[in-house]
Ligand binder design. Sequence first.
Ligand code: FES
Length: 145
Amino acid sequence: MYTEKVMEHFSNPRNMGEIENASGVGTVGNAKCGDIMRIYLDIDENGIIQDVKFKTFGCGAAVATSSMATELVKGKTVQEAVQITNKAVAEALGGLPPVKMHCSLLAEEAIHAALWDYAEKNGLKIEGLRKPKSDVHEEEEEIEY
Ligand code: FES
């Protein structure tokens, strides 16, 4: 059901934990399954993501996608990080079963929420970033499988 990469990230998640005094923190949940994900970003003065950590209270696919999402955004600019979609995270994991695609949406939205928090704190506008929802459940129907 799961690719080896998903299993590997689930068993050995990267960047798990939290960042004190993070530049941006984003928390999103899915009311339907009850899972919650929180992302912490440490962003330098040039807008580069120097560090990222996550905490996920959720299913295995949510843990694996959080882990992969943190790997994808690390070292990127905030502008590049906005472009990372849940599909890209799932693809980087070698795919997810269709019923688990919604879990990857948590990762995308948690990153967006953390970026939104960072932008608000610094009075910035990040192009292409819209105000994230705290509950991704309503968006599930929009996912393309
Ligand atoms: Fe809720 Fe996976 S079942 S995030």
